[in-house]
Design a protein. Structure first.
Length: 239
């Protein structure tokens, strides 16, 4: 079996909801530290790791709560900062050096995003957590993850999800949903396969960065997929 990682530098995108555990909101400490262990395992392989975590465990959009869109999006950005700080601390507790960089200036809380600084931290062997999305409303954390992956020269963008790849429909709701091993950017967009939002996929296509979709809930899956093993779907050019 292949033991060496296939990638030198990767970015992992996680949803905020993934940190919530059974409660559905906030951060479940057991889940937080479990994911920190998954990230640490890849880091220990010598792979440089960037990370973007959504904020849906605290706040997801402004619909239904009487808040206009831009304000709601800024609230969501702040939620991602809380998640990044929590994960950074969990990694540090495991002896993995981490640095949180925010697209919004938050002085005493964390450092502001700077591409050259991010590249330097990755080269130093730190896990870099990119918080506050792109710093602009109307853009999702999927798009932010793709943008940061491109800016930092990542070999691939990994999306940790609830299922072990990309399906033609939600496999939890549709028994005969078809699972793909590989799918092209264009097919993912045309069939609306829910890999990431359309802006993120189009950005990945334009910059030829593959998207690797796998289940973050399977123990050891992140390290296994980085080594090219296990179950996952690759979204890429000519796939």
């Amino acid at each position: 079996m292949e033991s060496e990682p296939r990638y030198r530098r990767v970015l992992l995108k996680l949803s905020g909801e993934a940190l919530a555990g059974a409660d559905g909101s906030g951060i479940d400490p057991d889940v937080l530290h479990k994911f920190a262990g998954e990230i640490a395992a890849v880091h220990h392989l010598g792979v440089q790791v960037g990370l973007v975590i959504g904020g849906g465990n605290y706040f997801r959009g402004a619909k239904g709560v009487g808040i206009e869109r831009a304000t709601g999006d800024y609230m969501g950005m702040l939620a991602t900062v809380m998640n990044a700080l929590a994960m950074g601390n969990a990694l540090e507790q495991r002896g993995v050096r981490a640095r949180v960089l925010s697209a919004l200036p938050l002085g005493p809380v964390c450092e502001s995003f700077d591409r050259r600084a991010a590249l330097g931290y990755l080269d130093e062997g730190r896990v870099v957590l990119f918080a506050a999305g792109t710093g602009n409303p109307y853009f999702t954390t999927d798009t932010a993850a793709t943008l940061r992956a491109i800016e930092t020269g990542c070999d691939a963008l990994f999306k940790g999800t609830q299922v072990d790849g990309v399906y033609s429909a939600d496999p939890k709701k549709t028994k005969d949903a078809v699972r793909y091993d590989r799918v092209s950017y264009s097919e993912a967009l045309a069939k609306d396969l829910k890999v990431m939002d359309a802006t993120a996929i189009a950005l990945a296509r334009e910059n030829a960065i593959p998207i690797v979709v796998f289940s973050i809930h399977n123990p050891g899956a992140f390290a296994e997929v980085v080594a090219g093993r296990g179950r996952f779907t690759v979204v890429g050019e000519g796939a």
